[in-house]
Design a protein. Structure first.
Length: 243
């Protein structure tokens, strides 16, 4: 396997381990932030395929931080079961946050299609969501339901799931995640309306703190006709089975 191409980035780049698999150069704004990770493009490449062997300074710092955490927990980071844990955890964290360097435009690509007869509401429901809450860096997970009213253009259905995935793979709060997905769809497609509903359970509420494992949080973001027109909103909620 040939080594992945690296794209110029700042020294402080959290995702420098996971460079683009081709020599594609990111937009300048993205270069200053994070590296592109192939793990979100869903084309079958795993992180093992794209992660270079040579550990970088940033990766070493992450691993050192995990070693410190283990020591503070009273563990021995050198015992057999934990020896590779700092490496695994750094890799897992980078994987779970690999949505930073992508943009919605990049994710959608050319998959916007002119379509005169496209009905009223398009709903992609039960899209899996796995994210990390930015307060505790613990997972929250559940489902996203994304709907829009087309205006002579439709989007490739998988791209809806990819937009959800891209924003989920960042440190998030559920409300912002919901709004970001709605805004991205609105910007990419310019539909008549957008509605996003996300239902998640938060491990920070289930495993620790208040310890209420059954609690489910629902958030909603509405734009355009799906916000302003009661009939469209009711239609959407009925389609979702909540009307
Ligand atoms: N609004 C919102 N809150 C979240 C989300 N994820 C986690 N939180 C909350 O963030 C809050 C952080 O509150 P703090 O009091 O600063 O932290 P804490 O002491 O760990 O709070 P407890 O969880 O109540 O023990 C908690 O109430 C979490 O439930 C989210 O996606 N949206």
């Amino acid at each position: 396997m040939s080594p992945p191409a690296h794209v110029a980035c700042e020294e402080g780049d959290l995702h420098e381990e996971y460079a683009a698999p081709s020599s594609t150069t990111l937009p300048a704004a993205d270069q200053t932030n994070h590296m592109r990770s192939d793990s979100v493009d869903g084309e079958g490449a795993s992180l093992d395929d794209v992660a270079p062997e040579r550990p970088t300074r940033k990766r070493e710092r992450m691993e050192e931080a995990v070693r410190t955490l283990l020591e503070c927990l009273g563990e021995d980071p050198e015992r057999e079961g934990l020896r590779d844990t700092p490496k695994r955890m750094a890799k897992a964290l980078l994987d779970c946050t690999c949505g930073y360097p992508r943009t919605a435009a990049e994710v959608v690509g050319d998959a916007i299609f002119n379509e005169e007869s496209c009905g009223d509401i398009v709903l992609v429901r039960d899209i899996p969501v796995h994210s990390l809450c930015e307060h505790h860096m613990l997972p929250f997970m559940g489902k996203a339901h994304v709907a829009y009213i087309p205006d002579r253009k439709v989007i490739g259905l998988s791209k809806v799931g990819r937009i959800v995935d891209m924003f989920s793979r960042r440190l998030q709060v559920q409300e912002r995640l919901t709004q970001q997905i709605a805004n991205a769809l609105d910007e990419q497609l310019a539909p008549k309306g957008v509605a996003v509903v996300i239902e998640c359970t938060h491990m920070c509420m289930a495993m620790r703190g208040v310890r209420q494992p059954g609690a489910l949080t629902t958030t909603r973001a509405l734009l355009g006709e799906l916000r302003d027109c009661a009939q469209s909103r009711d239609d959407f909620m009925r389609l979702l089975g909540r009307g």
